[in-house]
Write a protein that binds this ligand. Structure first.
Ligand SMILES: [Zn+2]
Length: 251
């Protein structure tokens, strides 16, 4: 993986604009891993996908991530500041979808008399469930898609017959196996001392940043092309530093 160039980012922006977040994430990964097939990228687990995006964000825009939130107790407006490298420090090693190794191996666990074999949710699963806006229906569909087999005392069972405690155990195993899939950050309010967990979604974060960056860059291209008659390609091939110096000369 390498830092995305100006023309990489504009291409991603053009391909992903107006699409769903799952497709926007894939648009970014296709450029980051040009030798990986689309099928391979769709096979990344959600946590693996997000680990790649956090690393790529670091290479391209730096590790610094920030946001705003309201305290869930006193509604104080908070500025959040964290580092992408810290988020990756305790997660599994980054996958390489350009290699042909299997990305999403099956795992099993035993609980009471049950044995459950499962794999982890992927972008392909999310694309198949994109019409579900109800979070619990989405979760149920994903889990059903990811369970490979269930048996009780050695006899095969239907996933629909899974008791609630085994179902909860399955969710716990999946969360532990793919920790970045549901990334939460600890927040604390300096005004009232309340602490709580915030869900961090790297796809929408990265996309918003690409969107703001692309709108800014098009404006710069417009100014430079109007002033000097240069082509878009020539302007994009310049370093950001050099573009800024010319923009200063235009005033
Ligand atoms: Zn507070």
């Amino acid at each position: 993986m390498y830092a995305l160039s100006a023309s990489d980012l504009l291409g991603i922006w053009e391909n992903g604009a107006g699409k769903t977040p799952v497709e926007q994430a894939l648009a970014i990964l296709r450029v980051a891993f040009p030798r990986a097939t689309n099928a391979k990228l769709m096979q990344l687990t959600i946590g693996q996908r997000d680990a790649c995006l956090i690393h790529l964000h670091d290479l391209t825009f730096g590790p610094h991530l920030e946001g705003l939130a309201n305290c869930s107790a006193c509604n104080e407006r908070l500025e959040l500041d964290f580092n992408g490298r810290d988020l990756l420090a305790s997660s599994p090693p980054l996958p390489d979808p350009e290699l042909t190794e299997s990305l999403n191996a099956e795992s099993s666990f035993h609980f009471d008399a049950y044995e459950v074999t499962y794999r982890l949710p992927t972008s392909a699963d999310l694309l198949n469930s994109f019409d579900l806006t109800d979070a619990s229906a989405l979760k149920e569909k994903l889990l059903h898609a990811c369970v490979v087999s269930v048996s009780c005392d050695g006899a095969p069972k239907d996933i629909k017959e899974l008791p609630e405690n085994i179902f909860n155990e399955l969710v716990q195993h999946m969360d532990n196996a793919d920790p970045l899939a549901n990334l939460t950050l600890a927040a604390s309010c300096p005004a009232c001392g309340h602490t709580w967990q915030i869900i961090f979604d790297i796809v929408s974060y990265f996309w918003n940043e690409i969107n703001a960056w692309a709108i800014r860059l098009l404006h710069e291209v417009h100014l430079l092309a109007s002033a000097y008659g240069w082509s878009e390609k020539d302007i994009l091939n310049m370093s950001a530093w050099r573009r800024q110096r010319y923009l200063e000369l235009i005033g």
